[in-house]
Every structure is written in C-alpha cells, then in structure tokens.
Write a protein that binds this ligand. Structure first.
Ligand SMILES: [Fe+2]
Ligand SMILES: [Fe+2]
Length: 529
C-alpha cells in the first residue's frame, strides 16, 4: 500500500468494534434510557470492583466455569487505565448517571405514593432529569409507572454521542474478550478512532470491500493523521476478495452463515437475518463476508439481544443495506427500547413492523409473525419472528422464540398457510433474568426468582409443537451460538451432556419418527432450488 491514489480494497478480515465508553456497543448500552441504567447499575460498579481487586477479576476471567460472567479481563498492569476510564465516566457522563438516579427516585415515589388517585401532583415532584421526558400512567390494575418519551431522550444530553468510538483491526481468529464485561483498551495493531457510529466515513471504508477506493480518499473520509493513515493501510489490499458465487441467476437459495444469520436470495432480492458474520476467510468451513451479495435489500432483526443485533457486522454492511426491518417496541417501557430508534440513530434506513405486517418485494414477501418468550417474562414487544416467501418457498425464521403456547402457531398457519422450512432456536436452558437485565431492574429480585425466568428458546416438546402446528416439512435448529467466531458475544460452552444438545437430539428423533426432515445446523449449509 504505497501511493495515496492507487486503487485499494478493504481486506475481508478487517473488523470494526464499535465502542461506548470503551465497552463493546450493544443496544442496552447505547439506547439512552437503558444505557443510563446499565452505566449506573452495572458498568460503574463493575469497574469499581475491578479497580479494587483486579486479581479476582482476572482469576475469574480465566476460570472456564465462570465463562460469560461479569469479570473484567484486563491484566493488572493496566488497572490504572481502567481507573482512568472509571474517573472519566463519573466526570463526563454525569447527565446519564443523574438520569438513572432520577429513575430510581421517581419509581420509589410512585410505588410509595401513587395509590390510584390523580397523578398530576406527581409531575412537579419528579427529579429534574426526567422533566419533559416521561409520562406517568396507571395500568388498569392501578399500578403506576413511567413511560419514557424515547425519541426526545435521544435529543437530550442523556444520549451523548461523544461516548462513541471505533476500533479497526484485523481479525486474527483469536477469541476476543467477552463483550458484556470487558472494556477495550488501546492495543498495538488496533486503530482507535473517535468516530460516531453514524459517521459517513465508515461507509466509505466498508464500501471498499466491493469497489475500489484510494488511501487518500479514505484518509480524508475518516479524518486521519499520518500515523493513523499508515495504520489504516495495513487493513487494505490491492485486490478484492469476493466469492464468484455470491449472487444467483435463477431460482432461490438460502445459506446458513452461522448462529441466527441466514441469507435468502433470488436473482432479484437478497435478505439477511440477524447478521453476525465471520470475517476470517482462511478456513473454508464457513461462509464469510466474502460470500455476501453486493447489495442487501432487507436485513431482518428478530430481537434486541446482543447476538442478534451485532453492530460489528451491521455497520460494516450499512453502505449496502436497503432497509433494516425491525419489530416495533411498546414505545417507552423501560425494558423495551425501540430497535427502530436505536438503528436510525446509527444511520440505518429502518422499517418498523408489528405482528402480521407485510413487506412485499418482487417475487415474494416478508411477514412479521409473533415471537413468544425468551425475554425472562419482561414485557418486551420489540421481538418478531418472520415468514419469508420467495421463489415459491416459505421459510419460518423462528429465532429464539419458544413454543410456549402451541396454539399460536395454529393461528399463524391459518393466517399464512403451510411452511416448508422452519428455522428454530433451541437454546432451552438460557441465562437467568439478571444476566442481561440486572441494570434495568428497579426492584431487586431474589436469585431464585431470577433463575426461574430464563432467556430460553424452545425445548424438544415446544419445537415439536411448532412443527406440528405449522405443518412444516423441514426443521433446522440454529441460533445456538456454537460457531467458533462468536465467542466474544456468546460465551457459550456446550459439552455432550449439555441439556440443550440432548433436547435437540430428542427433537430430531421426534422429527424422524414423524417423517420430518431435521438437522442441527453448524458453521455452514446451503439449500438451492
Ligand atoms: Fe435471544
Ligand atoms: Fe439468541
């Protein structure tokens, strides 16, 4: 990579890690209401605990039995940098911390004093940080709660884009630290840039995977100095690395890219579900970013968990995505941030759908269908399964939805007809409530209560019920977090004896007995018709 005006391409294995206050970004630490709660209730206490005793965190991080726990995996010699990060957060994010304190105060006030009478007198008593940003309301059971006017919170000091930065580096195949617990410090070979996630320079950079640009142009687009430009050059190549069969000329094709990511194609349309795609193309055992079509018409997002809205993949694809289809939230519920607002604020074109809304396209349609469970019984509406009809085939994209009420699937079939292929998530012994939602809880729960409310998809019986009610011909178990390139997000450890894998075997046995094709997907798979 010599001259600034030579044509160059972005390497396949160049990765972007979007950070907020140096934590790997995901919806609950970016969307401002939830980010404030998580900062105050989870991230600040986590960093404080590490600074007090880094050895305990390191030891726990290196203990396989504690994989996926909230431990900061940073060597003790760098604990001063973590202490600086913590001080910076306390100093610079005072608005967010005040907002979280205000939520706690107002919730306590409503719980103690709102007894079914007029709520008007409570408005002047609200902490100032909430003024203009909430409405108070009773449910029909006389329980008062706050509804957050979320679009306004995005325009308030609580949404501080100054928290956002990105790291650019090459994917070496070495597992990165677990994203929920370990902030990213500067590292050799990693280019740190103070860019907001919606910075157009990032689109210029990632568009260079499919069309040439120049180092000079990239330098200007990303606002780089000499040293940064020299480092960026290591991410560039003089030739693209695109798979020749990334498009099709007739019929239909579905490819499994790992976890919950499927690419559904005809000659005219490309749809990607829950994009989370490997950038490491050295292995030949997986589809990678090289295998994606140049243009993606629709991305379908099933729900807000960190393994289904993966910004490191989404931002890298933004310049080639037509629209992201997302389930609509309940508008203002503390546990249910709007996926639409979140992605719009990061520069995506968004289509929000409710159950049974349709997005038609040439030769087919996408229909949003209900998603049951998997959110620890919290009232989260921003979740959807999808039925995709293309090139004469019908695929049910089930994500982590459970078959907790089989009758639902009878209604879906009655409404939309029979399904050919069903993709079902069977993570049926997921993490407890507090693992993902601790920071949002305004009233503590007991461990027993938390453990009873897991983030679980379908077990064998529930998956069988879904197949029977949808009258589906083929079952594919996916979204299990088993692929090697997902460890930093999933922290999954399965052994032969793991309950989930036994349930999958049981389900596949049921399918065989009932004349249904069934398969447990891993790494890659293709269907062509
Ligand atoms: Fe999930
Ligand atoms: Fe999942």
């Amino acid at each position: 990579m010599g001259l600034p005006d030579e044509p160059v391409f972005l390497r396949s294995n160049a990765i972007i890690e979007p950070l907020v206050d140096r934590f790997f970004a995901w919806m609950h630490i970016v969307a401002p209401v939830q980010a404030s709660m998580n900062l105050a209730n989870l991230q600040v206490p986590l960093l404080e605990s590490y600074v007090q005793n880094p050895q305990v965190h390191l030891a726990a991080s290196n203990n396989p039995a504690l994989r996926g726990g909230y431990f900061v995996n940073i060597e003790e010699s760098r604990s001063n940098e973590v202490a600086e990060l913590l001080d910076g957060i306390k100093r610079d994010r005072a608005d967010m911390l005040a907002f979280a304190a205000a939520v706690a105060e107002a919730e306590a006030m409503l719980e103690q004093q709102a007894s079914g009478f007029d709520l008007t007198p409570f408005y002047p008593k609200l902490p100032a940080a909430l003024n203009g940003l909430v409405e108070l309301a009773y449910d029909t059971n006389n329980q008062a709660s706050m509804r957050y006017i979320e679009p306004l919170v995005y325009t308030s000091p609580v949404y501080d884009r100054g928290r956002q930065s990105v790291q650019l580096s090459l994917d070496t195949g070495v597992e990165r630290p677990f994203i929920l617990s370990t902030p990213r410090l500067p590292m050799p070979g990693v280019l740190d840039l103070p860019l907001h996630f919606d910075h157009p320079g990032l689109d210029t950079l990632f568009a260079a995977r499919t069309a040439p640009t120049t180092l000079g142009r990239l330098r200007e687009a990303l606002e780089l100095n000499d040293a940064q430009a020299a480092q960026l050059a290591t991410l560039l190549s003089d030739a693209p690395s695109l798979s020749p069969d990334r498009h099709i000329e007739n019929g239909g094709r579905i490819r499994y890219f790992g976890h919950a990511c499927l690419v559904l194609q005809t000659p005219d349309v490309a749809i990607v579900t829950d994009p989370f795609i490997s950038t490491d193309n050295r292995h030949g055992d997986r589809y990678t970013i090289d295998d994606l079509p140049d243009r993606i018409d629709y991305v379908l997002i099933t729900h807000g968990h960190q393994d289904h809205i993966v910004l490191e993949t989404l931002i890298a694809l933004r310049s080639r995505i037509g629209a992201v289809v997302v389930p609509r939230s309940s508008r203002g519920n503390l546990c249910d941030p709007s996926i639409g607002l979140y992605l719009k604020a990061i520069g995506f074109n968004v289509i929000e759908v409710d159950d049974f809304d349709e997005v038609p396209f040439a030769g087919g349609r996408i229909v949003a269908t209900p998603f049951l469970g998997e959110h620890s019984d919290l009232d989260i509406r921003a979740k959807s399964t999808f039925l995709v009809q293309l090139a004469g085939a019908t695929a049910f994209i089930g994500a982590d939805s459970s078959g907790i009420d089989p009758v639902l699937y009878r209604y879906i079939k009655g409404h939309l007809g029979k399904v050919d292929m069903a993709f079902l998530g069977m993570e049926c012994d997921g993490a407890p409530l507090t693992w993902l939602y601790q920071g949002l809880l305004t009233r503590p729960v007991t461990k027993k209560m938390s453990d009873s409310r897991k983030l679980s998809g379908s077990n064998a019986k529930q998956a069988a019920d879904i197949m029977r009610e949808l009258d589906a011909d083929e079952a594919y178990i996916y979204a299990m977090g088993e692929e090697s390139w997902q460890g930093h997000v999933m922290a999954t450890t399965y052994t032969e004896d793991t309950y989930q894998l036994k349930q999958i075997d049981e389900f596949i046995g049921w399918c065989t007995d009932n004349g249904i094709t069934a398969e447990h997907l891993f790494n890659q798979r293709e269907w062509r018709w």
